[in-house]
Design a protein around this ligand. Sequence first.
Ligand SMILES: [Zn+2]
Length: 241
Amino acid sequence: MDAQRRRRLEMAAGAGVCASAAFMAWAVRGRSSGVFGPSVWRGSRDRRAIALTFDDGPSEQTPEILKILNSYSVPATFFQCGANVERLPDVARAVHDAGHAIGNHSFSHPMFSFERQRFIERELRLTQEIIEHRTGTRPVWFRAPYGVRWFGLSRVQRRLRLTGVTWTVIGYDWKLKADAVVRRLAGGVSNGAILCLHDGRELRANPDIGVTLESVRRLVPLLLDQGYKFETIGRLICPNN
Ligand SMILES: [Zn+2]
């Protein structure tokens, strides 16, 4: 093989590696990826409806979120961690009793990449049982911690009858200031959008979610003024059910 042909082959192989790494990055973390299990990331563009979602709760501050939502009669979906539900069962129950939907966000908020299917199943199954026991409702929606999906998840979701949910736009409310969070979400919203915020901070007890509270206080009236109707994930994705 001449040197030029070898170099061309090496470059092609390199491009292949890059392409498959990019594909894996999207498959694992891409908001529209369904590679590791059925997943939704937005509702229909035909209706002026959106879904507010909160991850990592329940926390000691979740009741403050409930107060704001209640003052506008706005429903939301809370993706709760089993460990947090065990810590604050009354708060988890209050979320359900206020008419919001509850989804599964794993037990201990691990990164699922490179984990075995058995581990993933234990995290999700345990959380299903804890949420059902503490709130009386069994989740049908699942959001992966850090948005990371992995091999084996698809089978686990099928067994537990869970559909994955990512987001259309995420607020980064754990690291940005409220101004920036509101700007991001208000700028990224459109018909059918799923907005992602956090009423906890992973498994931390008594987390500071001041930015989230401030963002929700400003965002909800802003989006209502723009004519958006807030729905739970179930209603947004399956409006006829
Ligand atoms: Zn999370």
